[in-house]
Design a protein around this ligand. Structure first.
Ligand code: MG
Length: 392
Protein backbone atom coordinates (compact mmCIF):
# COMPACT_ATOMS: atom_id res chain seq x y z
CA UNK A 1 0.00 0.00 0.00
CA UNK A 2 1.40 3.37 -0.99
CA UNK A 3 1.69 6.13 1.56
CA UNK A 4 -1.20 8.57 1.44
CA UNK A 5 -0.35 11.71 -0.50
CA UNK A 6 0.18 15.02 1.28
CA UNK A 7 -2.91 17.24 1.36
CA UNK A 8 -2.53 21.04 1.17
CA UNK A 9 -5.02 23.83 1.38
CA UNK A 10 -5.02 27.21 -0.33
CA UNK A 11 -7.30 29.95 0.97
CA UNK A 12 -8.02 32.57 -1.67
CA UNK A 13 -8.65 35.83 0.16
CA UNK A 14 -7.50 38.38 -2.39
CA UNK A 15 -10.89 39.60 -3.63
CA UNK A 16 -11.80 43.26 -3.52
CA UNK A 17 -15.41 42.62 -2.48
CA UNK A 18 -16.80 44.82 -5.22
CA UNK A 19 -20.29 43.44 -4.74
CA UNK A 20 -20.14 43.99 -0.99
CA UNK A 21 -18.80 47.51 -0.66
CA UNK A 22 -16.54 46.72 2.31
CA UNK A 23 -13.80 44.12 2.72
CA UNK A 24 -16.09 41.19 3.50
CA UNK A 25 -13.13 38.90 4.14
CA UNK A 26 -12.17 40.94 7.21
CA UNK A 27 -15.67 41.21 8.68
CA UNK A 28 -15.84 39.89 12.22
CA UNK A 29 -17.53 36.54 12.88
CA UNK A 30 -17.46 35.77 16.61
CA UNK A 31 -14.01 37.26 17.14
CA UNK A 32 -12.31 36.07 13.96
CA UNK A 33 -12.30 37.52 10.45
CA UNK A 34 -14.35 35.60 7.88
CA UNK A 35 -11.27 34.30 6.02
CA UNK A 36 -9.72 32.98 9.25
CA UNK A 37 -12.70 30.60 9.64
CA UNK A 38 -12.02 29.19 6.17
CA UNK A 39 -8.31 28.94 6.99
CA UNK A 40 -8.87 27.15 10.32
CA UNK A 41 -11.33 24.66 8.82
CA UNK A 42 -8.49 23.43 6.61
CA UNK A 43 -5.66 23.96 9.13
CA UNK A 44 -7.29 21.88 11.86
CA UNK A 45 -8.49 19.10 9.55
CA UNK A 46 -6.52 15.94 10.40
CA UNK A 47 -5.77 15.11 6.75
CA UNK A 48 -4.44 18.57 5.86
CA UNK A 49 -0.66 19.00 6.11
CA UNK A 50 -0.40 22.73 5.54
CA UNK A 51 -2.36 25.74 4.35
CA UNK A 52 -1.22 28.74 2.32
CA UNK A 53 -3.01 32.05 1.88
CA UNK A 54 -3.40 34.32 -1.12
CA UNK A 55 -4.20 37.71 0.41
CA UNK A 56 -5.01 41.12 -0.97
CA UNK A 57 -1.67 42.87 -1.63
CA UNK A 58 -2.48 45.90 0.53
CA UNK A 59 -3.16 43.79 3.65
CA UNK A 60 -0.44 41.14 3.44
CA UNK A 61 1.15 42.09 6.78
CA UNK A 62 -2.21 41.80 8.50
CA UNK A 63 -2.76 38.34 7.03
CA UNK A 64 0.69 37.21 8.11
CA UNK A 65 0.13 38.50 11.65
CA UNK A 66 -3.31 36.92 11.92
CA UNK A 67 -2.20 33.55 10.51
CA UNK A 68 1.27 32.74 11.85
CA UNK A 69 0.53 29.05 11.17
CA UNK A 70 0.21 29.56 7.40
CA UNK A 71 2.71 27.85 5.09
CA UNK A 72 2.93 31.17 3.26
CA UNK A 73 1.06 34.38 2.58
CA UNK A 74 1.43 35.64 -0.99
CA UNK A 75 -0.20 38.60 -2.74
CA UNK A 76 -3.07 37.91 -5.10
CA UNK A 77 -3.43 39.26 -8.62
CA UNK A 78 -6.09 41.40 -10.24
CA UNK A 79 -8.13 38.37 -11.36
CA UNK A 80 -9.21 35.15 -9.67
CA UNK A 81 -7.04 33.24 -12.11
CA UNK A 82 -3.91 35.23 -11.27
CA UNK A 83 -4.56 34.92 -7.54
CA UNK A 84 -4.88 31.14 -7.61
CA UNK A 85 -1.86 30.94 -9.93
CA UNK A 86 0.17 32.95 -7.38
CA UNK A 87 -0.82 30.51 -4.63
CA UNK A 88 -0.04 27.54 -6.83
CA UNK A 89 3.43 28.94 -7.58
CA UNK A 90 4.10 29.08 -3.83
CA UNK A 91 3.63 25.28 -3.67
CA UNK A 92 6.59 24.89 -6.03
CA UNK A 93 8.52 21.69 -5.38
CA UNK A 94 5.72 19.98 -3.47
CA UNK A 95 3.55 17.10 -4.62
CA UNK A 96 0.26 15.76 -3.36
CA UNK A 97 -3.27 17.14 -3.36
CA UNK A 98 -4.34 20.74 -3.20
CA UNK A 99 -7.72 22.02 -2.08
CA UNK A 100 -8.48 25.55 -3.30
CA UNK A 101 -11.03 27.26 -1.06
CA UNK A 102 -12.74 30.67 -1.10
CA UNK A 103 -11.81 32.81 1.90
CA UNK A 104 -15.40 34.09 1.80
CA UNK A 105 -16.79 30.62 2.67
CA UNK A 106 -16.31 30.39 6.45
CA UNK A 107 -18.45 27.32 7.22
CA UNK A 108 -16.42 24.51 5.73
CA UNK A 109 -17.26 21.28 7.53
CA UNK A 110 -14.84 18.48 8.24
CA UNK A 111 -17.10 16.11 6.31
CA UNK A 112 -17.02 18.21 3.16
CA UNK A 113 -13.21 18.29 3.25
CA UNK A 114 -13.29 14.49 3.65
CA UNK A 115 -15.54 14.11 0.62
CA UNK A 116 -13.37 16.31 -1.59
CA UNK A 117 -10.13 14.59 -0.50
CA UNK A 118 -11.66 11.15 -1.12
CA UNK A 119 -12.87 12.34 -4.52
CA UNK A 120 -9.40 13.57 -5.50
CA UNK A 121 -7.81 10.33 -4.33
CA UNK A 122 -10.31 8.40 -6.48
CA UNK A 123 -10.39 10.49 -9.68
CA UNK A 124 -7.52 13.00 -9.54
CA UNK A 125 -9.86 15.99 -9.12
CA UNK A 126 -13.06 16.70 -7.16
CA UNK A 127 -15.64 19.43 -6.83
CA UNK A 128 -18.60 19.82 -4.45
CA UNK A 129 -21.96 20.60 -6.05
CA UNK A 130 -25.52 21.31 -4.96
CA UNK A 131 -28.71 20.42 -6.79
CA UNK A 132 -30.87 23.46 -7.51
CA UNK A 133 -34.11 23.67 -5.55
CA UNK A 134 -35.42 26.97 -6.93
CA UNK A 135 -37.02 27.05 -10.35
CA UNK A 136 -34.55 28.48 -12.84
CA UNK A 137 -35.59 30.63 -15.79
CA UNK A 138 -33.62 32.07 -18.64
CA UNK A 139 -34.29 35.52 -20.02
CA UNK A 140 -33.51 35.63 -23.69
CA UNK A 141 -34.49 37.60 -26.74
CA UNK A 142 -37.47 35.34 -27.38
CA UNK A 143 -38.82 35.92 -23.87
CA UNK A 144 -38.50 33.85 -20.71
CA UNK A 145 -38.26 30.07 -20.60
CA UNK A 146 -38.06 27.62 -17.73
CA UNK A 147 -34.94 25.45 -17.59
CA UNK A 148 -34.90 21.80 -16.56
CA UNK A 149 -33.36 22.24 -13.14
CA UNK A 150 -32.73 18.49 -12.75
CA UNK A 151 -29.88 18.97 -15.22
CA UNK A 152 -28.40 21.99 -13.40
CA UNK A 153 -26.18 22.31 -10.36
CA UNK A 154 -24.24 24.97 -8.51
CA UNK A 155 -20.64 24.37 -7.46
CA UNK A 156 -18.81 25.29 -4.28
CA UNK A 157 -15.27 25.20 -2.96
CA UNK A 158 -13.02 23.58 -1.84
CA UNK A 159 -12.20 22.30 -5.27
CA UNK A 160 -9.42 19.75 -5.18
CA UNK A 161 -6.95 18.14 -7.55
CA UNK A 162 -3.50 16.67 -7.65
CA UNK A 163 -0.92 19.47 -7.73
CA UNK A 164 0.41 18.35 -11.12
CA UNK A 165 -3.09 18.70 -12.60
CA UNK A 166 -3.56 22.17 -11.11
CA UNK A 167 -0.21 23.17 -12.59
CA UNK A 168 -1.33 22.03 -16.06
CA UNK A 169 -4.65 23.82 -15.68
CA UNK A 170 -2.95 27.09 -14.69
CA UNK A 171 -0.09 26.88 -17.19
CA UNK A 172 -1.69 29.55 -19.38
CA UNK A 173 -3.05 32.95 -18.55
CA UNK A 174 -6.90 32.88 -18.46
CA UNK A 175 -8.10 36.24 -17.14
CA UNK A 176 -11.80 35.43 -17.68
CA UNK A 177 -11.83 32.19 -15.66
CA UNK A 178 -13.76 32.64 -12.41
CA UNK A 179 -14.15 28.94 -11.59
CA UNK A 180 -10.98 26.93 -11.06
CA UNK A 181 -12.41 23.47 -11.71
CA UNK A 182 -13.63 24.61 -15.16
CA UNK A 183 -9.98 24.70 -16.27
CA UNK A 184 -9.61 21.04 -15.30
CA UNK A 185 -12.83 20.20 -17.16
CA UNK A 186 -11.28 21.71 -20.28
CA UNK A 187 -8.30 19.36 -19.91
CA UNK A 188 -10.81 16.45 -19.87
CA UNK A 189 -9.50 15.42 -16.47
CA UNK A 190 -11.92 13.06 -14.67
CA UNK A 191 -13.66 14.93 -11.86
CA UNK A 192 -15.43 13.42 -8.90
CA UNK A 193 -18.60 15.45 -8.25
CA UNK A 194 -19.24 15.17 -4.54
CA UNK A 195 -22.21 16.44 -2.51
CA UNK A 196 -21.71 20.01 -1.30
CA UNK A 197 -23.07 21.54 1.89
CA UNK A 198 -25.79 24.20 2.04
CA UNK A 199 -24.16 25.77 5.10
CA UNK A 200 -20.97 26.31 3.11
CA UNK A 201 -22.28 29.69 1.98
CA UNK A 202 -20.22 32.28 0.19
CA UNK A 203 -20.46 35.74 1.69
CA UNK A 204 -21.15 37.92 -1.32
CA UNK A 205 -23.79 40.45 -0.30
CA UNK A 206 -24.83 42.01 3.02
CA UNK A 207 -27.64 39.47 3.58
CA UNK A 208 -25.09 36.64 3.37
CA UNK A 209 -23.12 38.21 6.20
CA UNK A 210 -26.27 38.55 8.30
CA UNK A 211 -26.94 34.86 7.72
CA UNK A 212 -23.33 34.02 8.57
CA UNK A 213 -23.68 35.80 11.91
CA UNK A 214 -26.62 33.52 12.70
CA UNK A 215 -24.73 30.42 11.55
CA UNK A 216 -21.65 31.32 13.59
CA UNK A 217 -23.44 31.68 16.90
CA UNK A 218 -24.31 31.20 19.63
CA UNK A 219 -20.85 31.39 21.13
CA UNK A 220 -19.61 30.01 24.42
CA UNK A 221 -17.79 32.55 26.59
CA UNK A 222 -15.53 31.69 29.50
CA UNK A 223 -13.44 33.62 31.99
CA UNK A 224 -10.24 32.53 33.75
CA UNK A 225 -8.16 34.05 36.52
CA UNK A 226 -4.42 33.83 37.07
CA UNK A 227 -2.23 34.96 39.97
CA UNK A 228 1.51 34.76 40.43
CA UNK A 229 4.14 36.18 42.74
CA UNK A 230 7.94 36.04 42.61
CA UNK A 231 10.44 37.38 45.10
CA UNK A 232 13.29 39.70 44.15
CA UNK A 233 16.57 37.88 43.63
CA UNK A 234 19.74 38.64 45.56
CA UNK A 235 21.74 37.59 42.52
CA UNK A 236 23.05 40.59 40.61
CA UNK A 237 23.02 38.66 37.29
CA UNK A 238 19.21 38.13 37.31
CA UNK A 239 17.45 40.48 34.91
CA UNK A 240 13.96 41.78 35.47
CA UNK A 241 11.46 40.80 32.78
CA UNK A 242 7.83 41.81 33.00
CA UNK A 243 5.28 41.22 30.26
CA UNK A 244 8.10 40.05 27.98
CA UNK A 245 10.04 43.32 28.36
CA UNK A 246 13.50 43.72 29.86
CA UNK A 247 13.38 46.37 32.58
CA UNK A 248 16.73 47.93 33.45
CA UNK A 249 17.92 49.31 36.80
CA UNK A 250 15.83 46.98 38.95
CA UNK A 251 16.75 43.63 40.54
CA UNK A 252 15.50 40.49 38.79
CA UNK A 253 13.04 37.99 40.22
CA UNK A 254 13.80 34.47 41.45
CA UNK A 255 12.44 31.62 39.36
CA UNK A 256 13.22 28.67 37.14
CA UNK A 257 12.44 30.44 33.87
CA UNK A 258 12.95 34.19 33.39
CA UNK A 259 10.45 34.61 36.27
CA UNK A 260 8.16 36.90 34.27
CA UNK A 261 5.44 37.12 36.88
CA UNK A 262 3.10 39.05 34.55
CA UNK A 263 3.16 36.48 31.78
CA UNK A 264 2.84 33.63 34.27
CA UNK A 265 -0.39 35.14 35.58
CA UNK A 266 -1.67 35.62 32.01
CA UNK A 267 -0.86 32.03 30.98
CA UNK A 268 -2.69 30.69 34.04
CA UNK A 269 -5.71 32.87 33.28
CA UNK A 270 -5.85 31.64 29.68
CA UNK A 271 -5.34 27.98 30.56
CA UNK A 272 -7.79 28.27 33.42
CA UNK A 273 -10.50 29.72 31.19
CA UNK A 274 -10.08 26.83 28.75
CA UNK A 275 -9.85 24.17 31.50
CA UNK A 276 -6.39 23.22 30.26
CA UNK A 277 -4.59 22.98 33.59
CA UNK A 278 -1.94 25.48 34.65
CA UNK A 279 1.48 26.74 33.74
CA UNK A 280 3.23 24.36 36.15
CA UNK A 281 1.70 21.33 34.46
CA UNK A 282 2.52 22.57 30.96
CA UNK A 283 6.03 23.84 31.62
CA UNK A 284 7.25 22.00 34.74
CA UNK A 285 10.15 23.64 36.55
CA UNK A 286 11.73 20.17 36.77
CA UNK A 287 12.26 20.34 33.01
CA UNK A 288 15.64 21.78 32.02
CA UNK A 289 14.20 22.97 28.71
CA UNK A 290 12.48 25.81 30.57
CA UNK A 291 15.51 26.83 32.66
CA UNK A 292 15.98 30.53 32.02
CA UNK A 293 13.44 30.31 29.16
CA UNK A 294 11.67 33.42 27.93
CA UNK A 295 8.14 33.31 29.28
CA UNK A 296 6.96 34.66 25.91
CA UNK A 297 7.45 31.05 24.73
CA UNK A 298 4.93 29.90 27.34
CA UNK A 299 2.51 32.59 26.25
CA UNK A 300 2.84 31.68 22.58
CA UNK A 301 2.32 27.99 23.36
CA UNK A 302 -0.74 28.71 25.51
CA UNK A 303 -2.22 30.83 22.71
CA UNK A 304 -1.64 28.04 20.19
CA UNK A 305 -3.26 25.46 22.44
CA UNK A 306 -6.33 27.63 22.81
CA UNK A 307 -6.55 28.25 19.09
CA UNK A 308 -6.22 24.53 18.38
CA UNK A 309 -9.38 24.09 20.47
CA UNK A 310 -11.05 26.93 18.53
CA UNK A 311 -10.90 29.40 21.44
CA UNK A 312 -10.54 33.08 20.57
CA UNK A 313 -9.00 35.44 23.06
CA UNK A 314 -11.47 38.24 23.67
CA UNK A 315 -9.50 40.12 26.31
CA UNK A 316 -6.74 39.81 28.89
CA UNK A 317 -6.75 42.27 31.78
CA UNK A 318 -3.69 42.47 33.99
CA UNK A 319 -2.94 44.16 37.32
CA UNK A 320 0.68 44.30 38.43
CA UNK A 321 1.26 44.90 42.14
CA UNK A 322 4.71 46.28 42.86
CA UNK A 323 6.40 49.03 44.87
CA UNK A 324 9.08 49.12 42.17
CA UNK A 325 9.84 49.51 39.29
CA UNK A 326 7.47 52.09 37.87
CA UNK A 327 5.40 50.16 35.32
CA UNK A 328 3.94 53.06 33.33
CA UNK A 329 6.89 53.54 30.92
CA UNK A 330 6.74 49.83 30.00
CA UNK A 331 2.98 49.41 29.70
CA UNK A 332 2.75 49.81 25.90
CA UNK A 333 5.85 47.71 25.06
CA UNK A 334 4.47 44.93 27.31
CA UNK A 335 1.13 45.03 25.52
CA UNK A 336 2.86 44.93 22.14
CA UNK A 337 5.05 41.96 23.12
CA UNK A 338 2.21 39.93 24.61
CA UNK A 339 -0.21 40.71 21.74
CA UNK A 340 2.42 39.56 19.28
CA UNK A 341 3.02 36.31 21.17
CA UNK A 342 -0.72 35.61 21.33
CA UNK A 343 -1.41 36.76 17.74
CA UNK A 344 -4.16 39.10 18.92
CA UNK A 345 -4.80 42.80 18.44
CA UNK A 346 -3.18 45.08 21.03
CA UNK A 347 -6.53 46.50 22.08
CA UNK A 348 -7.45 43.12 23.54
CA UNK A 349 -4.79 43.40 26.28
CA UNK A 350 -4.81 45.76 29.24
CA UNK A 351 -1.97 46.36 31.69
CA UNK A 352 -2.49 48.31 34.90
CA UNK A 353 -0.26 48.68 37.92
CA UNK A 354 -0.60 49.63 41.55
CA UNK A 355 1.60 49.63 44.64
CA UNK A 356 0.56 47.69 47.73
CA UNK A 357 0.61 50.86 49.88
CA UNK A 358 3.67 49.43 51.68
CA UNK A 359 1.48 46.74 53.23
CA UNK A 360 2.75 43.17 53.58
CA UNK A 361 5.59 41.46 51.72
CA UNK A 362 4.87 43.13 48.37
CA UNK A 363 4.59 46.43 50.22
CA UNK A 364 8.04 45.86 51.73
CA UNK A 365 9.26 45.42 48.14
CA UNK A 366 10.26 41.79 48.64
CA UNK A 367 8.74 40.79 45.32
CA UNK A 368 6.21 41.48 42.57
CA UNK A 369 2.72 39.99 42.16
CA UNK A 370 0.35 40.00 39.20
CA UNK A 371 -3.31 39.18 38.61
CA UNK A 372 -4.78 38.45 35.19
CA UNK A 373 -8.30 37.81 33.99
CA UNK A 374 -8.80 36.29 30.55
CA UNK A 375 -12.02 36.13 28.56
CA UNK A 376 -12.18 33.61 25.75
CA UNK A 377 -14.91 32.69 23.33
CA UNK A 378 -15.65 30.06 20.73
CA UNK A 379 -18.57 29.23 18.48
CA UNK A 380 -20.85 26.46 19.71
CA UNK A 381 -19.39 24.36 16.93
CA UNK A 382 -22.40 22.37 15.69
CA UNK A 383 -22.11 23.80 12.22
CA UNK A 384 -18.43 23.76 11.44
CA UNK A 385 -17.93 20.31 12.92
CA UNK A 386 -20.55 18.99 10.51
CA UNK A 387 -22.38 17.34 13.37
CA UNK A 388 -25.74 18.45 12.00
CA UNK A 389 -25.42 16.02 9.12
CA UNK A 390 -25.14 16.82 5.45
CA UNK A 391 -27.07 16.70 2.24
CA UNK A 392 -26.49 13.62 0.15
MG1 MG B 1 5.65 32.07 38.18
Amino acid sequence: MNERPAVYGLVVAAGRSERFGADKLWLDLEGRPVWRWAFEALLFHPRVDGVGIVGSPDRLDEFARAAPEALFVVPGGDTRHRSVAAGLAAFHGRSGLLLVHDGARPFLSRELVDRVVEGVEREGAACPFLPITDTVKERGEGGVRTLDRSRLMTVQTPQGARLDLWRRAFAHERPEATDDIALLEELSVPIAWVPGDRRNIKITVREDYERALLLAGPAETRVGIGYDVHRFSERPDRELRLGGILIPDCPGLEGHSDADVVIHAVVDALLGAASMGDIGALFPDTDDRWKGASSLLFLREAGERLRASKWNIVSVDISVIAERPRIAPYRIPMITAMAEALSVAEDRIGVKATTNERLGAIGRSEGIAAFAVATIRRPSGGIIDGSLGSER
